[in-house]
Write a protein that binds this ligand. Sequence first.
Ligand code: F3S
Length: 277
Amino acid sequence: MKVKLASSYGFCFGVKRAIKIAEEYKNSATMGPLIHNTNEIDRLKNDYNVGLYNSLDEVKDNDTIIIRTHGIPKFDLKNLKAKDAKVINATCPFVTTPQQIVKKMSAEEYSIVIFGDKDHPEVLGVQSYAKDQDDVFVILEPEDLNNIKFKYSKIATIAQTTKKKEKYLEIVNTLIPKNKEVRVFNTICDATFENQDAARELSKEVDIMIVIGGKNSSNTKQLLNISKENCIDSYLLEDERELDPKWFKNKKLCGITAGASTPDWVIQKVVNQVEAY
Ligand code: F3S
């Protein structure tokens, strides 16, 4: 069976990059989980002896510490650098950008609004770069702006990388009539949406479509629904053991895509198996 992979699938650029960095630094440790995927973290531990620290107190002299994809707060980074450890930064470049914007805009006396989840590691990291921690506000809804007293009449806004643009626009539209100056930075990352566009395109040209990912993962289910719109023979499975040879009878081309939390090695096993049919 001929296989064609979607032009974008599985882990995003930032996660792939962080894994590559971790593989380069055997016997190191990450500060907080490197990515949101326990299977992959276990694999890095087993194959590369990459450990996991949850607090700075665990860091020992001469350790090599990898900073996770979502970044860490500025003060943690400072404390880490003060220790006798080698620091390797695997923060996704799309997360470093909002950190730098917050630093610059708050130094220029803009009040800061962050559209995001206040407990998310990425947001905690980005927020920490504000000069004045009392003048940075993390919100989820336009209504959350109602009771905020900004220090300055100039506002700078950024968004958590995985947030939806539509809601961000609502927040910006609420801010503009009430403030003299609003600087809007589009820090939303398109990676999650790229997999969906690629699945849509691929499902138009294949006879059968395989979507690999967790049965409970909402982004994987979304990929299945999109695939089904164009290719009725679309199947969702977690790994190669769930493949059924009957599905491939009289089919010529099989499209494969995977959810954002599916590691490459799981995908590869499915590809090998399908190619053998
Ligand atoms: Fe991934 Fe970086 Fe975007 S971690 S979702 S590419 S912000």
